[in-house]
Design a protein around this ligand. Sequence first.
Ligand code: ADP
Ligand code: NI
Length: 219
Amino acid sequence: MTSLYVADDVVTLAKQILGSDTTGHDFYHVARVARNAVRLYREDFPLASPSTLQLIATMGYLHDVVDEKVTATPTTRWHQIMALPTVCRFTPEDQEILRTTITHMSYAANLEHHFELPVPGQYVQDADRLDALGAIGIARAFAYGGAHHHPIYDPTIPVVMSSNRETYRHHKETSINHFYEKLLHLEATMNTTAGKKLAHTRTAYMRAFLDEFMHEWNE
Ligand code: ADP
Ligand code: NI
């Protein structure tokens, strides 16, 4: 599973911070994001340089290390990232791409203002969003919902479309509602052509799951 393009120090930090996570932001999530981001990038740029692929894989592994949902001390985590030998060897331009991408790529960070990410970052963001879709996306939504004590579904709790971070994080919700509030809309936010295509297939799978869920609920 480990990407060919990532160095051991990066993998070790990701494992140390995310290894025991049970909210859907675990080590295998970031490993999938790194691998898929590299794969999507190579589809669009077959002659990509190894240094760009390394930057993309590194951002994939590190993108959730500073996330507010995973750590209470993001500043310390940033120091750890910038002190990694691999990151220290990046050019200043690549370090800036890493900083901007990781800071601005999350869904919540884009609710009130849309950030245009640097191109390598767009592939990491697409791979992260793809991991919230399809069979794995369904599993992650219920893992997250369980970890946050949300019910699986409750027909008396309405779907709420949030346009700001506070409502997004703190309104009353169910895991099923999350599909209607966010997951079914991710397809429209993909940056890249390859990402859009995969998102379409995975969204169709989730719609079929929701149809079956509602069918059984009302049976
Ligand atoms: P991002 O990937 O941009 O950081 P999140 O951290 O909000 O966005 O989402 C990461 C994962 O957690 C996704 O798989 C998403 O479906 C899941 N998730 C986030 N919020 C909820 C929620 N309220 N209910 C169920 N799943 C959630
Ligand atoms: Ni992520």
